[in-house]
Design a protein around this ligand. Structure first.
Ligand SMILES: *[C@@H]1O[C@H](CO)[C@@H](O)[C@H](O)[C@H]1NC(C)=O
Ligand SMILES: *[C@@H]1O[C@H](CO)[C@@H](O)[C@H](O)[C@H]1NC(C)=O
Ligand SMILES: *[C@@H]1O[C@H](CO)[C@@H](O)[C@H](O)[C@H]1NC(C)=O
Ligand SMILES: *[C@@H]1O[C@H](CO)[C@@H](O)[C@H](O)[C@H]1NC(C)=O
Ligand SMILES: *[C@@H]1O[C@H](CO)[C@@H](O)[C@H](O)[C@H]1NC(C)=O
Ligand SMILES: *[C@@H]1O[C@H](CO)[C@@H](O)[C@H](O)[C@H]1NC(C)=O
Ligand SMILES: *[C@@H]1O[C@H](CO)[C@@H](O)[C@H](O)[C@H]1NC(C)=O
Ligand SMILES: *[C@@H]1O[C@H](CO)[C@@H](O)[C@H](O)[C@H]1NC(C)=O
Length: 503
């Protein structure tokens, strides 16, 4: 007996969440909502999204890192509301709300209608209006904006259309001279083919599901163009991997753990909770640890001049030299091993500026060597990292000599008229200044000054006091080398009556 067979057909429509449009910035590259790739070549601020109707602005601020000619999205500024309140997302996961640092964790906090939350992948800020929800993610190197773009929206910015980058430049929000272009020599150690092959791991069969939905081509091109110029330093390759994987996740595609293991890119933000000063960024140091490195534009003049800091400051008998810790670290120098001639004199770290200052003064010389000739008295000290008793010169030797000097006084050109009560000059031939004064008295105790109207009789005794102010008595002795009298106010006139010759 045959039973009839029924074929039941069901047409199913999945009413899933609406598709999110995704805009991705990694390093210098921008992939807009339509998947167009472009890049930023200067260090200015760029508008990613602006909606005047909702008083909302999302701006990306670009800065350089290891190379002067490659910019990175370095921070994100969200401006909301009619009073233009500002939320800034920075490298390390730092969040500033109207310039105040906020501590953000996995519990969402609301500032002016923006929900801010932080996890191990980075910081997310979400903003909802009646028309849409904008989700801004930043992990220090990659920014990703996802939203459903409403039909006929009045939104503008690089995320809407990245085809003309310069039209979205916001010079009023940018640092001065952000448009200046530099050209650094190409890095010949970069294996472009190998890096491109790794970028192509975005087309791995493990991601085929997502590949069918989100074209990986702009991500792969952004990855290879950037790595071939900049190198894969500071985990940059993984930034591109994670950016695409995150776009996949946002649109509901599973990113297999096997793919993360294969690409060796864990889903963790690089340099999370590591904060650097304005002239630095967080990267991988010489030692392999993550830490603050100098930005290339900042470091360039110091490297050209082969110095590690600003010139010696000589002030009020004290000499100090300030070195930038990031310049020291680039050379693998640990500031804690450095000292002056006297090994107990060490550098002082200023944590806010990340600078190290070495100083000595005439009261605490720190082993400074004092030398003098007819022109000056030099005080010279040396910043070093080891005793120079070793005969073998090691390559990681540090030897930075710095000095201040006192100019020798030049009293021989000075006329001294008995009618004047004193003579004072400030010598500023060098860097430390001091005063020399010469005051005549008519009494041995030097209490009665010879003033202009004081009568000095012939054969009357006159005492002359020679005094310096601002010199260190322990290290410098003032010696009268010669002294003579003339009848007119000119030291070179004749007749000349020598009172003291050759001391
Ligand atoms: C997160 O931060 C908030 C506000 O600073 C604090 O009240 C809360 O206890 C923190 N939560 C955790 C899990 O640290
Ligand atoms: C979008 O704008 C076009 C032209 O301005 C108009 O014809 C259309 O109806 C608008 N669509 C919506 C959904 O508002
Ligand atoms: C890009 O934008 C700038 C500034 O708005 C404009 O001067 C320039 O003509 C634009 N370029 C193109 C190709 O549209
Ligand atoms: C930036 O774009 C230019 C052309 O628009 C291209 O030649 C260059 O390789 C790109 N640079 C990077 C780092 O993507
Ligand atoms: C080195 O400096 C320390 C501290 O300033 C001082 O106590 C010591 O006497 C100095 N040593 C020499 C050899 O000058
Ligand atoms: C003092 O230092 C200057 C500059 O380093 C040098 O030219 C001069 O010869 C030094 N003078 C003495 C007496 O050491
Ligand atoms: C330098 O020499 C002194 C005495 O010779 C010694 O105490 C000190 O440990 C040495 N320091 C270094 C860095 O070699
Ligand atoms: C030198 O004299 C001027 C004027 O009297 C005074 O202001 C200055 O402090 C003196 N400098 C030193 C180093 O004593």
């Amino acid at each position: 007996m045959l039973r009839p067979l029924f074929y039941l057909c069901v047409l199913v429509t999945l009413q899933g969440a609406a598709r999110a449009e995704i805009c991705t910035l990694t390093g210098p590259t921008v992939i807009d909502f339509q998947g167009h790739l472009n890049n930023v070549t200067d260090r200015c601020a760029y508008s990613l999204l602006a909606d005047s109707g909702n008083d909302l602005k999302v701006v990306a601020n670009f800065r350089e890192r290891r190379r002067r000619d490659v910019s990175f999205v370095d921070s994100m500024t969200l401006t909301v509301g009619s009073s233009a309140d500002e939320i800034v997302l920075e490298q390390g996961g730092r969040v500033l709300v109207n310039d105040a640092v906020m501590s953000i964790n996995s519990t969402s906090q609301n500032f002016f209608g923006v929900d801010v939350v932080k996890d191990e992948t980075g910081v997310t800020a979400e903003f909802t209006t009646t028309e849409y929800t904008i989700n801004v993610f930043f992990d220090g190197t990659t920014a990703q904006i996802s939203m459903e773009v409403p039909v006929n929206s009045t939104l503008a910015g690089l995320c809407i259309d990245a085809s003309n980058v310069s039209s979205e430049k916001r010079t009023e929000n940018s640092p001065l001279s952000c448009e200046e272009q530099f050209q650094d020599p190409a890095d010949n150690s970069i294996d472009c083919a190998a890096l491109t092959a790794r970028c192509n791991e975005l087309r791995d069969p493990l991601l085929s599901d997502c590949n069918a939905d989100i074209d990986p081509t702009p991500y792969i091109n952004a990855c290879s163009e950037t790595l071939c110029k900049y190198s894969a330093a500071d985990g940059l390759r993984c930034q591109f991997m994670r950016a695409y994987a995150r776009a996949c996740s946002l649109n509901g595609h599973n990113v297999p753990n096997a793919w993360r293991i294969k690409t060796r890119c864990p889903n963790r933000a690089f340099c999370q909770d590591k904060f650097c000063t304005d002239h630095e960024f967080c990267g991988r140091k010489f030692s392999g640890d993550n830490g603050c490195l100098c930005r290339a534009v900042f470091a360039h003049p110091y490297k050209e001049a082969d110095t590690l800091g600003d010139p010696t400051v000589c002030e009020a008998n004290s000499a100090s030299l300030t070195l930038f810790n990031c310049l020291l670290e680039e050379r693998g120098i640990d500031y804690t091993v450095l000292h002056l001639n006297n090994q107990s004199c060490r550098g002082e770290l200023d944590e806010a500026a990340n600078t190290v200052t070495f100083s000595f003064n005439t009261e605490n010389l720190c082993g400074a060597e004092i030398t003098f000739d007819e022109n000056r008295i030099n005080y010279t000290n040396t910043i070093m990292n080891q005793n120079f008793t070793d005969v073998i010169i090691r390559h990681d030797q540090v030897f930075i000599e710095f000095s201040c000097f006192n100019p020798q006084p030049q009293l021989k050109t000075v006329a001294f008229t008995i009618n004047d009560n004193s003579y004072m000059i400030t010598l500023q031939a060098g860097e430390w200044t001091y005063n020399v004064s010469m005051i005549p008295y008519i009494d041995e105790k030097c209490t009665k000054v010879v003033a202009t109207d004081t009568e000095v009789k012939l054969n009357q005794k006159v005492w002359v006091e020679l005094k310096t102010e601002g010199l260190d008595a322990d290290t410098i002795a003032v010696v009268t080398d010669s002294c003579w009298a003339t009848s007119v106010p000119d030291p070179d006139s004749t007749p000349r009556h020598d009172l003291i010759k050759n001391g």
